[in-house]
Design a protein around this ligand. Structure first.
Ligand code: 4GT
Length: 258
């Protein structure tokens, strides 16, 4: 997959993908990143990329012409047509389902705004989709772009050393992840749940599924609202809920917030 980053600070996004899973994905040739700076396409002695906003008020707007030229150079660098995303709080909120779709594209381009944002005419003429990474304000779209690069990079075939780990992550089946434990079994902070050391793989899978359902119910009930649980999942969650009502039954865990 090829990702083009159009930004006043393209190196910032590239650096975000220089380490760990994303760094390895790039070394393995699963992902290539290409930075494009509109300042390289700005005229005049000052290479001006921003100006005051029409209508008055505080803040500057990214100029349409340096961005138009920059995007033309970016598009011309490869015959594949990129899906061009503008990162902004006005966009559709990113979730793992959209990440999966973006990860399957052969070429993605990420346009990052600074100041008050980009001249609306450029967005109308060039952008395929606006994406927000959440309901908060950033100083620029670069962190949003870095989030998209990271999330799609790890889904490239061969990016994760253990192929199964991607499928078991939070959200991959619309649920939060189960808790994880490692050595030592006994620690000042607690003991590893017995079932995980039982060697009973069916019981372990069942416990993990139940924990994932329970944590989702506790922490993110909104994720359960819009969906029908399978009979098996419903049974697991109901069993866990009964255990919460009856302090005698089952191991104690997190309590629901009421
Ligand atoms: C928030 C987000 C984003 C910003 C988000 C244009 C100039 C937008 C500054 C930029 N803030 N970008 N992508 N929640 N700020 O995704």
């Amino acid at each position: 997959m090829r990702i083009d980053i159009v930004s006043l600070f393209p190196e910032f996004v590239e650096q975000c993908a220089a380490f760990g899973v994303t760094g390895r994905a790039r070394e393995r040739g699963l992902l290539s990143l290409h930075g494009w700076n509109p300042r390289d396409h700005a005229g005049g002695n000052y290479r001006k990329v921003d100006d005051r906003t029409f209508g008055g008020g505080p803040g500057m707007v990214m100029l349409v012409e340096p961005l138009r030229l920059c995007l033309a150079a970016m598009r011309a660098a490869d015959p594949l047509r990129p899906h061009l995303v503008y990162l902004s709080p006005q966009g559709r909120r990113l979730d793992q389902a959209r990440v999966r779709e973006l990860a399957a594209l052969p070429r993605l381009a990420l346009l990052c705004g600074r100041y008050e944002g980009v001249d609306e005419r450029l967005l109308q003429a060039e952008v395929d989709e606006e994406i927000s990474i959440g309901d908060y304000v950033l100083s620029g779209g670069e962190l949003g772009a870095a989030v998209i690069v990271d999330t799609v990079a790890r889904l490239q075939e061969g990016a994760l050393n253990d192929a199964a780990s991607a499928a078991e992550d939070s959200f991959e089946d619309g649920l939060l992840d189960c808790p994880h434990y490692s050595h030592p079994v006994e620690h000042l902070y607690g003991t590893v749940p017995e079932v995980l050391r039982s060697g009973n793989h069916a019981a372990i899978a069942r416990w993990r599924r139940q924990q994932a359902l329970a944590r989702t119910w506790l922490r993110r009930p909104d994720l359960l609202e819009g969906r029908e649980l399978s009979r098996a999942d419903r049974k697991l969650l109901d069993e866990w809920l009964r255990e919460q009502d009856d302090p005698q039954a089952g191991p104690q865990g997190e309590r629901p917030v009421r």
